[in-house]
Design a protein around this ligand. Structure first.
Ligand code: MCA
Ligand code: AMP
Length: 473
């Protein structure tokens, strides 16, 4: 190795950057473009100010300040807790309390009790830090379960490195690519794949702020990331979609890509999209390959280092015959290190496999198709994972709500849309529906607001009194 030990953010190796491995456009975001050396200098300056902290919270707006803050933490070996910038009070307080974040790094929300460490865009430091151990936790990402508040997924540096290298292999992703996306910087997709991926592989990245068809068409990259909602909005604008024919690879993930969208995208751009499957807990475990078959409705084969298997309800093996459906279990080097403060969630089998909660089919060529989720209470809307229980708890806090059941109903644009069935105490009205939607937004993130509120006289319940959501869907 000419430039010292392997680093998580390999393209920011200080020795290599000083020796001329600089590029002027390492990251473009929010109308700002930063070179590798400026990013390294600014982030190292952040590292100097926070190196004695264990965990800091970053309000993950899509800005250069966020990028510098995240990179600074990775240089110093400080765990990052990315906080959705639009999160409401209850969600934000939960994340801060549960994670034990000691400070805000960069921008802080109003009224915070935590100290705030500023991120100075023009400060520079060239101090060098030893690379932290691969087992060190780089991020705690909060993600929804079926019930209760979001859980903190602990991702180690080693898992991230393994996950990104597996994708570079599957997608033939190199420094010659320019990545384009506009996904949020508080989930695996936008943050780990979409920011750390380029900084590891060495490819420039253009973050478009929002993932709009206009911005994607204008960015002229070679590699594009999107959730299915992004791709379905792009194919509705054929002139813009055609601009993407100049790219090398279009990648879809975070939710099922509808077959008609796959086909339309192929027709308009000449590129059959790459589909890949993953979770916050596992990073990306399945993908079609740049040099392999791309089959509509299927998410490909295990990436480097990953093994998968299917189990039935009695925990017996399910054959890989392309038809039999089973619960998908995975293992591999990119899996998480557990949920913070929740050691015994029962998601691991005794022999070390992670239960994904998804049901799938595997064929004789080891191609995988995701059939759906085991629980009706985990909703995927616009690629965001949303727990029905969390929204129900929020709504039950409103005095007008007597009973509530939240479900995800099929939606052409979002995959699923959040619908709340509500038994109101003192009558219903459009004004109350608007108030309840806003009430959820004040407490949780904006995308957790119900798109629709349906007032009902009663909820369907079984003999035990449990709401039968299947009857609502
Ligand atoms: C939204 N709006 C609403 C409501 N919901 N208004 C009233 N009531 C509601 N319930 C408003 C929005 O605030 C916005 O307003 C406008 O309606 C349009 O909203 P929307 O249709 O949601 O469009 P959008 O805001 O453009 O969002 C679509 C999106 C977004 C950009 C595709 O869903 C998105 O960024 N998804 C990415 C999720 C993601 O990255 N998931 C990765 C996790 P206004 O215009 O005024 O603001 S998965 C992962 O990490 C794993 C590992 C994986 O496999 O990748
Ligand atoms: P999250 O933790 O937000 O990443 O959500 C993970 C969940 O998203 C998975 O358990 C799946 O249910 C779903 N998911 C991710 N990628 C895909 C895909 N390509 N096809 C179908 N479902 C997907």
């Amino acid at each position: 190795m000419p430039y010292g030990p392997p680093l998580l953010l390999a393209s920011l190796n200080p020795i290599a950057v000083a020796a001329g491995a600089d590029i002027p456009d390492a990251v473009t975001i929010d109308d700002a473009t930063v070179s590798r050396s400026d990013l390294l200098g600014a982030a190292t300056s952040v590292a100097e100010r926070i190196s004695r902290a264990d965990r800091v919270a970053i309000l993950a707006e899509p800005t250069l300040r966020t990028v510098i803050a995240v990179v600074g933490c990775l240089i110093a070996g400080v765990t990052v807790i990315p906080v959705p910038p639009d999160s409401g009070t209850a969600e934000r307080e939960h994340i801060l309390r549960d994670s034990g974040a000691q400070a805000w790094l960069g921008v802080a929300p109003e009224g915070t009790d935590l100290p705030v460490v500023p991120v100075r865009l023009h400060a520079r430091s060239w101090h060098t830090y030893a690379e932290p151990d691969p087992s060190a936790i780089a991020f705690i990402l909060y993600t929804s379960g079926t019930t209760g508040p979001p859980k903190g997924v602990m991702l180690s540096r080693g898992a991230i490195a393994a996950g990104l290298d597996a994708l570079a292999d599957a997608w033939a992703w190199t420094w010659k690519d320019t990545l384009v996306h506009g996904l949020p910087l508080f989930h695996v997709h936008g943050l780990i794949l979409g920011l750390l991926g380029p900084l590891r592989v060495g490819s420039p990245v253009i973050h478009t702020g929002k993932p709009t068809p206009e911005a994607y068409a204008a960015a002229a990259g070679s590699l594009y990331f999107g959730v299915p909602t992004v791709w379905s909005r792009i194919v509705e604008k054929p002139e813009l979609a055609k601009e993407l024919s100049k790219a090398r690879l279009l990648v879809s993930g975070s939710a099922p890509l509808p077959v008609p969208v796959f086909e339309k995208l192929t027709e308009l751009t000449g590129h059959a999209p790459i589909e890949r499957y993953g979770m916050s807990e596992t990073m990306i475990t399945l993908s079609t390959r740049a040099d392999g078959e791309r089959r509509p409705g299927w998410v490909g084969t295990p990436v480097q280092g990953v093994e998968t298997r299917l189990r039935d309800e009695a925990d017996n093996p399910v054959p890989h015959d392309g038809e039999s459906i089973g619960a998908l279990q995975v293992r591999g080097p990119m899996l998480f290190a557990g949920y913070l403060n929740r050691p015994d969630t029962g998601d691991w089998t005794d022999d070390g496999w992670f239960r994904t909660g998804d049901v799938a089919v595997i064929d004789a060529e080891n191609f995988h198709r995701i059939v759906g989720r085991e629980s009706i209470d985990l909703i995927k809307s616009g690629g965001f994972r949303i727990g029905a229980g969390e929204i129900e708890t929020a709504l039950l806090g409103h005095p007008a709500v007597a009973e509530v059941a939240v479900v995800g109903l099929p939606d052409d644009d979002l995959g699923q849309r959040i619908v709340a069935f509500i038994v109101a105490r003192d009558g219903s009205s459009d004004a109350l529906a608007t108030e309840l939607t806003a009430y959820v937004g004040e407490q949780l993130s904006a995308h957790k607001r119900p798109r629709e509120i349906r007032f009902v006289d009663t909820l369907p319940r079984n003999a035990m009194g449990k709401v039968q959501k299947k009857l609502l869907v």
